[in-house]
Ligand binder design. Structure first.
Ligand code: TYF
Ligand code: FE
Length: 389
């Protein structure tokens, strides 16, 4: 990637964050909920392969007759896996029939869920759930939800009067089976794929409805391979804790990976969840040994070019390039530092949701210098799936 692109990464960041509005103060990501066909087996996968720990449960044993949910935790990350227990749960069943397993809810932790719902719906958000109080012996929470792209939802969670395990209605999930964590710390960003020419519609939606700012953009001239292209804009809230890049497909010689996603998810949705680690070599070694599959390793020339790509940060690199190469980890830098990242293959049969593992060593960008190698690797997978044409 050109020097020019890397420079655009940090231009006026502070000033841009100040431009964000505070009608929607966000404390962080609260949880991510996936609707899945078989939550029990999915939970086993996230424990065994990704090192998540059992946290909370609701299901038949707790009086939940219609749905079952397993809550998993690793450091600050909470995942909720939900399945319907009967065919009568139409919303969840229909979601799974249409999209396959995927992210339904990106929940945001707020001080005041009523205000979050009012401020966003009055700015044009479509309501998913009006402010609702839920209680149990551990206190009460307020939750409210709005739709974002596709059928995806942002739930606002106010938990200042609650000290239970997760949310009212859940019990602590005691399990004798607890594989070691792999060092995943928190969600760095979550990316949405939207339809043709819809990126700017959703950029404006995040600006107007959520008070976010666009702090980085990549156009199809920057993000392309010989065959395909996409465009991406990164939206951030005011304190920079929540970052949502939004991708749209762009015209290329062959089918864009974004188009492949839209075909198989049958609409817009969450494309990847990027999770941070502070020891990517250990995290990726562990994940590989537990059967997680990553995109193919970039070619030899990619690693030869690493010192050049790092420029002035090249002396800061603590990791051995040979070790990074053997694990397939990619390296990029911007003015403030470098970052290490790697991408899993899709984690379900449809080529939709995948994970990114990222370690930031000062850099605040998204690895623009890796885009070409990354997208070529994705195209090799598309080729195998017969979805490149
Ligand atoms: O979040 C990002 O922008 C990076 C790069 O389809 C990326 O992780 C961008 C688009 C994409 C896959 C990865
Ligand atoms: Fe990413």
């Amino acid at each position: 990637m050109s020097k020019k692109n890397i420079e655009s990464v940090n231009y006026g960041l502070e000033k841009i964050f100040e431009g964000a509005q505070d009608f929607l103060p966000l404390l962080g990501t609260d949880y991510v909920e996936l609707y899945v066909g078989n939550a029990k087996q999915a939970a086993h996968f996230y424990k065994t392969a990704f090192g998540f720990q059992s946290l909370a449960y609701k299901g038949l044993e707790t009086g939940s007759r219609d749905t079952v949910s397993y809550v998993l935790k690793q450091d600050k990350i909470r995942l909720v896996l939900t399945s319907p227990l009967t065919s009568k749960q139409e919303d969840i069943n229909n979601h799974i029939v249409k999209h396959g397993d995927g992210v339904k809810v990106v929940a945001l932790w707020v001080e005041d869920a009523r205000s979050a719902w009012e401020e966003t719906t009055k700015r044009g958000a479509k309501s998913f759930l009006e402010p609702t109080v839920e209680k149990d012996e551990s206190g009460e929470i307020v939750k409210a939800g709005i739709y974002t792209y596709g059928e995806t939802v942002h739930m606002f969670i106010e938990r200042k009067n609650f000290n239970g395990t997760f949310l009212p209605g859940y019990v602590k999930w005691e399990s004798d089976y607890s594989p070691e964590p792999v060092g995943l710390k928190f969600i760095d960003h979550m990316v949405g794929n939207v339809g043709w020419n819809e990126m700017d519609v959703w950029v404006k939606w995040y600006e107007d409805v959520m008070g976010f700012v666009n702090f980085l953009s990549f156009d199809d001239k920057q993000i392309h391979t010989e065959y395909s292209a996409l465009m991406s804009k990164v939206m951030s809230n005011g304190n920079g804790r929540i970052k949502f890049p939004i991708n749209e497909p762009a015209e290329g010689m062959k089918k864009s990976q974004i188009e492949e996603y839209l075909d198989f998810y049958e609409g817009p949705g969450v494309q990847h969840i990027a999770v941070a680690t502070d020891d990517i070599i250990k995290t990726v070694s562990d994940l590989r040994s537990r059967g997680i599959e990553f995109l193919s390793t970039p070619p030899e020339e990619y690693y030869k070019a690493v010192p050049g790509r790092l420029e002035e940060h090249s002396h800061e690199l603590r990791e051995d390039i040979e070790r990074l190469k053997s694990l397939g980890i990619m390296v990029d830098a911007d003015e403030e530092g470098y970052l290490l990242q790697i991408f899993t293959k899709p984690i379900q049969d449809r080529p939709t949701l995948f994970f990114e593992i990222i370690q930031r060593m000062g850099a605040r960008g998204f690895g623009a210098g890796n885009f070409k190698a990354l997208f070529e690797s994705i195209e090799r997978e598309q080729e195998l799936r017969g979805t490149l044409n």
